[in-house]
Design a protein around this ligand. Structure first.
Ligand code: SF4
Length: 728
């Protein structure tokens, strides 16, 4: 009988997690009591070439997870969440939205979106905010991820696409400068694209830690530059200084294709290598040899500069990324057939998520919300009066600061985000959520944010829905349904449709992803991120689709070959200045450190998903503070010892270390966790992964200080005290 059964057909889709969007097949599994509903296998594709990381291999475990939400929950009079029907839950949401807006105005309702939502959901969420709610208060967790790189890209090139070239172009590189990116842990299949540069001895990794990616430079494969914390901008100014001083500029390129060289010459002049060494700790000789290698490679070989969260998640992140772009422009890389600059997007749809209207200052097609032409275009697509489209809202951290305040957001709808873990200064965020009149969370698990909600709406997972994602190359991909969702779960598109109807929205909200995509095509037409030539049919036929893809075109795998996106076609060099480094390499007190937060191989974002996967959780069940043995000796702590990590600066008594367990210690923003000793970190620095909640949440101690240009929070340079602690 088994022989007569037709072979199970795999569904070709992509991983639910990071921006590499590895291609995978989902094959229906034999239905047994303990079998997963589908089997995952890697699929050959130009980005992952069949490879998956352990997050991808185990992704199916979440589809029928026992903690999966399968019915709406509403908070009852006793303060507990209880099951409810969809009619009751949505009726309560709509009624409360109407009341809050009647009493406090349209902007008293806000939306917090996510960089993992499909293009269709991101688009419809922006429309829902502006058309159904009439609020300007929408932003998303991508603001925490790569907003500074987006702002720097827009400033330099007039457009922001993570990699403006196919990932496979890196294969031919003989030199790759990677700044603050740890792909060996965050997206391991990416590493195969570094093989050429490693073979040529040209992988240069800039990271204060000897990260897994920095270790790829061992054995002659390249160079690891380990600047002191938050001196990456100075290091970049130093590299540019050498390029200019040694006459290594791409002069013809600069005169034909750029503006602003003089401002960069002025800004890097004070940063000769010996002075950079004094600030960063990177030897002057290494700065010179690295700059010369980059220039040689740019002239005669193939050279790329890539940035990641390590240099982007700063309160001067836009300027730091701008310094990297300046260096690339000085070398003539952007738009070159054998080189370029790119930023490595993190979240699954980090690229598409920032193109279709989820951002506070944008309309679909990557249009500015203040642009009269863009507003008129969207008014036509949505069939509404242009004046009814709200103006710019608030970037994520500012939006969260207003929660529950008199003239702030009083009702918040959260889609695809877990801000109680992922936002900076999470205690303040939780306090804000608790002040709200209404918190609605759409999720498939009871995340830490959902636990705070008044209404929880269960939604579909990636293998249960159709849609599109845009990966880190700006390549549009099809997400496909491989199995049915639990009976009680609904798609976000359906939820928005029902709420829009209950709220009497003046425009339609389709529930079918392909219909939403057709509207997205019209909305994006003529914008920077033009998808008007893309269709499900084209994607299903296997076409390689990179935006901009205007109707009638073949798309744009490589941007900038002839011109940049500014009106005059030229790129902008922008001279940036380094503030006094936030941290002196010789810190004053033995208990003071510089804290950087970041990621682990086993976990994705807030960990709401990966902490529920048995194998991943077993491998990394808790956050541990990475500490150098010399620092541990100073603190008198051993491997696995418990420590208390306390934020210094505003709101704390700097230098006056409280004793463990004292009342003043309890009032400080602090984390309790165990120690992992490693030689791969500087003695003045500690590292803590941010995927965990509660007492061990790294974002208990991060600050809500943000970059004034992009709104990016400072996640990489928090000054902390570390002290031995008792088992909590
Ligand atoms: Fe690929 Fe990222 Fe998924 Fe890992 S998490 S399999 S690197 S897409």
């Amino acid at each position: 009988e088994a022989q007569l059964r037709p072979p199970a057909q795999p569904t070709a889709t992509h991983c639910p997690y990071c921006a590499l969007q590895c291609a995978m097949d989902l094959t229906p599994a034999e239905p047994t009591a303990d079998a997963l509903p589908v089997e995952v296998s890697g699929r050959d594709f130009p980005t992952n070439r069949g490879g998956l990381c352990r997050k991808g291999w185990t992704a199916a475990e979440l589809l029928r997870h026992p903690e999966r939400l399968a019915e709406p929950l509403v908070r009852d009079g006793e303060g507990a969440l209880r099951p409810a029907s969809w009619d009751e839950a949505l009726g309560r949401v709509a009624a409360e939205i109407r009341r809050v807006q009647a009493e406090h105005g349209k902007d008293a309702v806000g939306i917090f979106g996510g960089g993992g939502l499909t293009n269709e959901k991101a688009y419809l969420l922006g429309k829902f905010a502006r058309v159904a709610l009439g609020t300007s208060r929408i932003d998303y967790n991508g603001r925490f991820c790569m907003s500074s790189a987006a702002a720097a890209g827009n400033r330099a090139f007039g457009i922001d696409r993570g990699l403006p070239f196919p990932l496979a172009d890196l294969d031919t590189a003989d030199t790759i400068l990677m700044l603050g990116s740890n792909v060996a842990e965050t997206m391991p299949p990416f590493v195969q694209h570094l093989a050429g540069a490693r073979a040529a001895g040209g992988l240069v990794v800039v990271d204060p830690r000897r990260s897994a990616t920095a270790q790829l430079t061992d054995d002659g494969a390249g160079t690891h530059l380990a600047p002191a914390p938050h001196t990456d901008l100075v290091l970049l100014l130093g590299l540019a200084h050498v390029v200019i001083n040694d006459g290594l500029l791409a002069s013809k390129y600069l005169s034909e294709r750029t503006e602003g060289l003089e401002s960069v010459i002025r800004s890097v002049a004070p940063w000769w290598p010996e002075r950079v060494q004094a600030t960063t700790g990177v030897p002057a000789g290494l700065i010179r040899s690295t700059a010369r290698r980059l220039a040689d490679s740019a002239r005669t070989g193939s050279c790329y500069i890539l940035t990641g969260r390590g240099i982007e998640q700063h309160a001067d992140g836009t300027d730091t990324v701008t310094a990297a772009i300046n260096l690339a422009l000085l070398l003539g890389l952007p738009g070159s057939p054998r080189g370029g600059y790119g930023t490595l997007t993190g979240q699954g749809n980090g690229q598409g998520g920032r193109e279709h209207g989820q951002k506070a200052d944008q309309l679909p097609g990557y249009r500015k919300i203040t642009d009269p032409e863009a507003r008129a275009h969207m008014a036509r697509v949505w069939g509404v009066d242009e004046a009814s489209i709200p103006g710019p809202g608030l970037p994520a951290v500012e939006l969260l600061r207003t929660l529950g305040t008199d003239d702030g957001v009083r009702a918040l709808l959260v889609h695809g985000a877990n801000v109680v873990v992922s936002a900076p200064d999470v205690s303040a965020v939780r306090d804000g959520l608790r002040r709200l009149d209404l918190l609605v969370v759409c999720d498939f698990f009871l995340s830490e944010t959902a636990r705070e909600a008044d209404v929880v709406l269960p939604v579909l997972q990636w293998a249960e829905e159709e849609g599109t994602m845009t990966n880190l190359e700006g390549r549009v991909l099809r997400r496909r349904r491989a199995l049915e969702a639990p009976a009680g779960a609904r798609s976000e598109l359906w939820i928005m449709n029902r709420l829009a109807e209950l709220l009497g929205a003046p425009s339609s909200f389709p529930t079918e992803p392909e219909v939403v995509f057709e509207e997205l095509r019209r909305a994006s037409k003529g914008g920077l991120a033009d998808y008007s030539g893309v269709s499900y049919e084209l994607l299903d036929a296997g076409a390689e689709v990179y935006w901009p893809y205007p109707a009638g075109s073949k798309g744009t795998p490589r941007l900038f070959a002839k011109r940049f996106a500014h009106d005059d076609g030229r790129a902008r060099l922008v001279g940036v200045r380094a503030a006094t480094p936030a941290w002196s390499p010789s810190h004053p007190a033995p208990e003071e450190f510089h804290l950087a937060t970041g990621r682990l191989l086993e976990h994705y974002q807030s960990g709401a998903q990966t902490r529920r996967v048995a194998a991943l959780s077993a491998a990394q069940p808790e956050p541990r503070l990475q500490l150098h043995p010399a620092a541990a000796a100073r603190l008198r702590v051993a491997e696995n010892a418990w420590v208390r990590v306390m934020r210094l600066g505003e709101g704390s008594a700097q230098g006056a270390a409280p004793s463990s367990g004292s009342r003043s210690a309890a009032r400080r923003p602090e984390v309790l966790c165990r120690v992992e000793l490693t030689l791969d970190i500087r003695p003045d620095t500690v590292f803590l992964p941010f995927h965990f909640p509660g007492l061990a949440a790294a974002n208990q101690v991060t600050e809500s200080r943000t970059d004034p240009i992009s709104g990016m929070p400072e996640f990489k340079t928090t000054r902390v005290l570390v002290q031995p602690a008792e088992f909590p």
